[in-house]
Ligand binder design. Structure first.
Ligand SMILES: Nc1ncnc2c1ncn2[C@@H]1O[C@H](COP(=O)(O)OP(=O)(O)OP(=O)(O)O)[C@@H](O)[C@H]1O
Length: 463
């Protein structure tokens, strides 16, 4: 069952009571569930009756003198990774442990950070392989994420990773084109974590001027600069014990990156005008529609921050690569957005065909907007191609290729390109017409005229 499997369970076997107690406590604090055994027999009993995701065992526990625990554990439960900790390292046992397929070999005294790093690495979704084999597993996974509508393999794989990573404290970086659902996924991770009762704080990196980054994120004290008339708590302070979602992380200027790195590394920050650092506990989930690795190579994004925040990297596929999801989502939005007693109830077959062939540059957000608009404009119970925005009406309008140049008019081709450009522009600027106009190099009136011509509502692009 997915709910109980969400929290990773670790079996700790060690004959030193102090090591057992402290390790158990620390692992619990780090978000794991723990079972402690002081000898091999008890450990094997637990293994036979409970589910574990990892075994952490000393070599010298009673009953394991000839590595019986390791041998039996590997033989009966080969899928459970095993980490060996030992205070008495010996080459033969190390070699034998490796031969038995252990995942790591640590020497006591073990630094807790090293232990956690090792466990997290081993439990990373890409290092464990459990395919979604049965339809029951697929169903359970889909039920676990009611806000994420999908049936395609690519997104199901993403859901599987989310399901595993959500209960941990690991920082996650979500990449994907605009409108692919990065924020929806970030919220889903938060909702399935133990932080769900604490805030989910969105910090939009594009909306914070570089000079105000520290003040907005870390807060400031009265009198620290002109205009600081009162103490102001920062966004991090509001996120205590919750999840901080840094949207459009790739847009963060280098100076702000340095300040954020310090806070992420030290888990503390100092409000502007203060001298006492504040400790904080929050998980970071970041999103970007830029290829951050290239930004790192180009020197525009700090490598150390990229590694800190992108411990697990989730890549969301664009809608045009999600197969029949486009149809599933269209029906979902129709059901959700239509007036329950009036308005259209279905799409005509040619409309569904247009949906399949269109490139959806603005992804799911664009699809939602199109469905909302057609509901308002549809004349009958069934939505027809005439009810669609012009760019979607013509066959191949979304992706014109050379052989089809003769099939559609120049006017339609230009209209289609213009529509695509405007939707992307508004997506990028969150429906802010002034910013969109500035970027396009046209007046506000000019852009309003174009939006009207294409039947696009800027309000639909505001998150
Ligand atoms: N799988 C999904 N099922 C249902 N609705 C979805 C799904 N993914 C995204 N949406 C909807 O699509 C819209 C865009 O999603 P979201 O804001 O999460 O995208 P984004 O990738 O964060 O966009 P941006 O990069 O522009 O910030 C929202 O209305 C969201 O509710």
């Amino acid at each position: 069952m997915l709910t109980s499997e969400a929290t990773k369970r670790i079996l700790v076997a060690d004959d030193e009571p102090l090591f057992l107690i402290t390790t158990g406590e620390l692992l619990k604090k780090a978000g794991f569930e723990c079972r402690c055994a002081s000898d091999a027999e008890t450990a094997l009993k637990y293994l036979a009756s409970e589910r574990f995701d990892l075994i952490l065992s000393d070599l010298n526990v009673p009953g394991n003198l000839k590595l019986e625990l390791l041998r039996e554990g590997r033989e009966k439960w080969p899928e459970i990774p095993l980490v060996v900790v030992t205070g008495v390292p010996s080459l033969p046992t190390a070699i034998e442990s490796v031969r038995l397929g252990i995942s790591d070999y640590l020497l006591k005294p073990v630094k807790f950070d090293d232990l956690i790093a090792s466990i997290q690495r081993i439990l990373r979704p890409e290092n464990t392989s459990q395919a979604l084999n049965t339809s029951g597993e697929r169903k359970a996974l889909l039920e676990a994420f009611p806000d994420i509508i999908t049936q395609g393999e690519a997104m199901l794989e993403v859901l599987e990773v989310i399901d595993r990573v959500a209960p941990t404290n690991t920082n996650v970086l979500i990449t994907g084109e605009s409108g692919t659902g990065k924020e929806v996924v970030a919220r889903a991770i938060h909702e399935r974590s133990s932080r769900r009762d604490y805030p989910f704080q969105v910090i939009d990196c594009t909306s914070i001027p570089e000079s105000l980054f520290e003040s907005i994120v870390f807060g400031h004290r009265k009198g620290s600069f002109t205009g600081a008339v009162a103490n102001q708590e920062g966004l991090l302070e509001r996120s205590q014990h919750g999840t901080v979602f840094f949207d459009e992380l790739g847009e963060l200027p280098l100076l702000s990156q340095a300040k954020l790195l310090r806070a992420v590394q030290e888990r503390s920050y100092t409000p502007v005008g203060d001298t006492t650092p504040i400790q904080f506990d929050a998980r970071f989930i970041c999103a970007t529609n830029r290829a951050l690795e290239s930004e790192v190579l180009a020197g525009r994004f700090r490598r150390d921050l990229f590694y800190r925040l992108g411990v697990v990297n989730l890549e969301l596929p664009p809608l045009r690569e999600r197969g029949e999801d486009v149809i599933l989502l269209a029906h979902h939005f129709l059901e959700k957005l239509r007036n329950s007693d009036s308005g259209p109830t279905r799409f005509s077959t040619p409309v569904l065909e247009r949906f399949r062939e269109y490139g959806w540059p603005g992804n799911i957000r664009e699809l939602r907007n199109v469905v909302e608009r057609t509901i308002a404009l549809a004349r009958n119970d069934q939505i027809e191609t005439e009810d669609l925005p012009r760019a979607l009406q013509e066959k191949q309008a979304g992706r014109l290729v050379e052989s089809e140049v003769g099939e559609i008019s120049r006017e339609t081709a230009l209209d289609s390109a213009d529509y695509k450009y405007l939707t992307l522009l508004l997506t990028k600027h969150n429906g802010n017409v002034s910013h969109a106009a500035e970027q396009a190099g046209i007046s506000r009136q000019g852009i309003h005229k174009l939006l009207k011509k294409h039947g696009i509502s800027a309000a639909n692009f505001r998150a």
